[in-house]
Structures are given as structure tokens and as C-alpha cells.
Design a protein around this ligand. Structure first.
Ligand SMILES: C[S@@+](CC[C@H](N)C(=O)[O-])C[C@H]1O[C@@H](n2cnc3c(N)ncnc32)[C@H](O)[C@@H]1O
Length: 360
């Protein structure tokens, strides 16, 4: 992955993109602008299907006709052409004069194994079970409650337990999005001197593995639900870190492993409403060393409503686990209720910030 530009430059670019988006809307009648926004739902599904079929992977080594792609992935040739043509219209693919399709710069990010890990997130966004949750967004907006829980009759993470295929897609998406955090957030923080780093709700351990590699003197503890912890143990062993890392299964609403001097929580607190988020943080307060640090890796929302990816992610949090994205002030308030104070917030070159909190 190319070296990311500094956070301040990215903020300026983001403001510029917001301005361009408004300008783009101003170039068409309002109704056309609105319908184009609505078509975003279809485009997301088209992207997800391309990823699920492995179409970008087929184009990795060079352009192919839709027929050649269809033969390789086992899909209908005519329908595959229509899907690829639609994606070419959105600059994800390019339809060449010779009738073959090629990946554009954007499309290359969808090849599996791309360091951005974005393909796995697209696959999750377009997973039929996940789309079903989104089709009940109205319920969440009317009630403030998680649509996934209404649709499944149980909380989102409990449902994942019952649907191993979706769980795999979800965990892959989390690992994939960790790649961006790892690339940009981990180097932005000095972990040296820490002895025990506990990753709470650490998923399959991609973040912890990278932090441990950069912090040779430290040991790690990965903590997650028992089923997820099993997957994490295998992934950490495969990364050659089994001897430096313990894996513990359990619920952070009961307790978290004690004695860490750093507690990492990447995109965990945003899964929960205030009451449950404070419960997790209080359990960490009870377990952390007196001079320890809690590091929340989260998209800290800007005040107001500028163009920011976190505002849509906030809707995902509302309807899937029943959580929310928060501003700096809202995180400070949660942490304070759990006995922490915000020491500083480190911006990174990804939308993710590191909220560094210390016991009060
Ligand atoms: C949004 S994912 C983030 C995973 C990981 N930190 C990452 O960024 O890739 C939230 C994680 O919290 C875990 N989790 C959910 N409920 C939990 C609970 N009660 N106790 C421990 N972990 C839990 C999930 O299994 C999942 O791995």
C-alpha cells in the first residue's frame, strides 16, 4: 500500500470531496441527484456480487471478455456482461474498445489479497443476511432499537453464532478493515515499554499481531467470545505468535483479563449503546494496571454533518449491533463514567483515531 498522506491533508481532501459532491449534485436536476443517491444501494449489491463471484480476481492478470470471466467463475455470460458493464459505468472496471474488461485503479482494490482488505467489507455489506437487516432500517429509526435483533429474534453477535457462513464473512470483514488500521493507526502510536497488551473483542487478532510484532518486549492477550477466540488462536499461531500471546474466551460484560498495561479496543465500543459501553469500560477499569492505558480505535465523528464515512457507519451500528458512532465529547463522557479521563486523541491517516485514556 502506498504511504498514506498526513491526517491534516486527508481532512482537507475530504472537505474538498464534500464540496465536489455538492457541485456534482448541482449539475443535475434535484430529482436526478436523488435517484442517483438511491441507486447507490444497487451499486453496492453489484460490487458485492462481483466480489463474491471473484470477478476482480479473474481480471488481476489482464483484461478478459465477460464471456471468458463467466466461463471461469461459472456464471451466466449475458448477465455477467451486464454486471460488468454496470460496474464499468461506475469506473470500477473499464470496457475497452476490443470488448474486454480491465480493472481500473478503484477496481484493483477489490482483488482479494489487496492490502486494503476492502473486498471482504464489500462482501459483508452485500451479504443477503446483512442486506435483510438493512431492509429493516425503518424499524430502527422508528424505535431506536437494532433491526437485526428484531429480524433474528436475538442480538446480532448471538445470531452470528448460529450462522457460521455469515460469521466467517463478518470476521473476514473485520480482519480486512484491520489492515487499514494497522497500516495507518498502529505506527501513529508508541507502544514501546508496554509489557502486557490486552486486545478486548480482538476478533481474529490481526491488530494485536501487528502491535506485538512492532513491540518485541510485550506479551499479548486476545479476548473475545469463545467461538471467535478459537479462530483467533489458530490465526495467531499461524502468525508465529502463539508463544507470546494468550487467547481467552469470555464475555466482556462479565470480566476482562486482568493486569494489562494497555487495553486495546478497536471498533468495539461503537457496537454498544451508552449503558453497555460503560459496562465494558468499567470492567476494564477494574482490571487495568494503575498506570495503564485504554486505547479506543474508533472513527471519531466530527461535530455537525460534514462529508464523513462515520455518519453512514453510524446507521450500520444502529441497526446491526444496536450501537453508535460518537464524537470526541461523547467518548470522553463514556470514559469518564467508567473512571477514565481522555489523555489525548491521536488522528491517523485513516478515518480511525486513537483515543488514549488513563485511569482517573
Ligand atoms: C466489530 S468487531 C471488532 C473486532 C476487532 N476488534 C477488529 O477490529 O477487527 C467486535 C468484536 O467484539 C466481539 N464481541 C461481541 N460481544 C462480545 C462479548 N460479549 N464479549 C467479548 N467480545 C465480544 C465480537 O466477537 C467481535 O470480534
Amino acid at each position: 500500500m502506498a504511504k498514506a498522506p498526513p491526517a491534516a491533508l486527508l481532512a482537507a481532501l475530504s472537505a474538498l470531496r464534500g464540496g465536489l459532491r455538492r457541485l456534482l449534485l448541482a449539475t443535475v436536476p434535484a430529482s436526478v441527484g436523488v435517484i442517483e443517491l438511491g441507486f447507490g444501494a444497487w451499486l453496492a449489491q453489484a460490487l458485492a456480487v462481483a466480489v463474491r463471484l471473484g470477478i476482480p480476481d479473474q481480471l488481476r492478470d489482464g483484461p478478459l471478455t465477460a464471456q471468458e470471466v463467466a466461463a471461469r467463475v461459472g456464471s451466466h455470460p449475458g448477465a455477467t456482461y451486464r454486471l460488468m458493464r454496470a460496474l464499468a459505468g461506475q469506473s470500477v472496471l473499464k470496457l475497452r474498445r476490443d470488448g474486454r474488461f480491465a480493472l481500473t485503479r478503484t477496481g484493483r482494490a477489490l482483488v482479494s489479497g489487496d492490502q486494503s482488505g476492502v473486498a471482504s467489507m464489500i462482501a459483508f455489506i452485500g451479504h443477503p443476511a446483512h442486506r435483510e437487516h438493512w431492509s429493516h432500517l425503518e424499524y430502527s429509526v422508528r424505535t431506536g432499537a437494532a433491526a437485526a435483533e428484531k429480524v433474528r429474534g436475538m442480538p446480532f453477535f448471538s445470531y452470528l453464532d448460529t450462522n457460521p457462513e455469515l460469521a466467517q464473512v463478518f470476521n473476514d470483514a473485520m480482519t480486512g478493515s484491520s489492515a487499514v488500521a494497522i497500516e495507518n493507526a498502529v505506527p501513529a502510536y508508541d507502544f514501546s515499554g508496554s509489557k502486557v497488551i490486552v486486545d478486548v473483542g480482538g476478533g481474529h487478532g490481526a491488530l494485536l499481531a501487528d502491535v506485538l510484532r512492532r513491540t518485541p518486549g510485550a506479551r499479548g492477550v486476545l479476548f473475545d467470545l469463545p467461538e471467535v477466540a478459537t479462530g483467533a488462536a489458530a490465526a495467531l499461531a499461524a502468525a508465529g505468535l502463539a508463544s507470546r500471546c494468550d487467547v481467552e474466551g469470555g464475555s466482556f460484560f462479565d470480566a476482562v483479563p486482568a493486569g494489562g498495561d494497555i487495553y486495546l479496543l478497536k471498533t468495539v465500543i461503537h457496537d454498544w449503546d451508552d449503558e453497555r459501553a460503560v459496562a465494558i469500560l468499567r470492567n476494564i477499569r477494574g482490571a487495568i494496571a494503575p498506570d495503564g492505558r485504554v486505547l479506543l480505535l474508533e472513527m471519531v465523528l466530527p461535530e455537525g454533518a460534514p462529508d464523513h464515512v462515520g455518519l453512514l457507519l453510524d446507521l450500520e451500528m444502529l441497526l446491526s449491533p444496536g450501537g453508535q458512532e460518537r464524537t470526541r465529547g461523547e467518548y470522553a463522557d463514556l470514559l469518564s463514567q467508567a473512571g477514565f479521563r481522555v489523555h489525548r486523541v491521536v488522528s491517523t491517516a485513516s478515518p480511525m483515531s486513537i483515543i488514549d485514556a488513563r485511569p482517573r
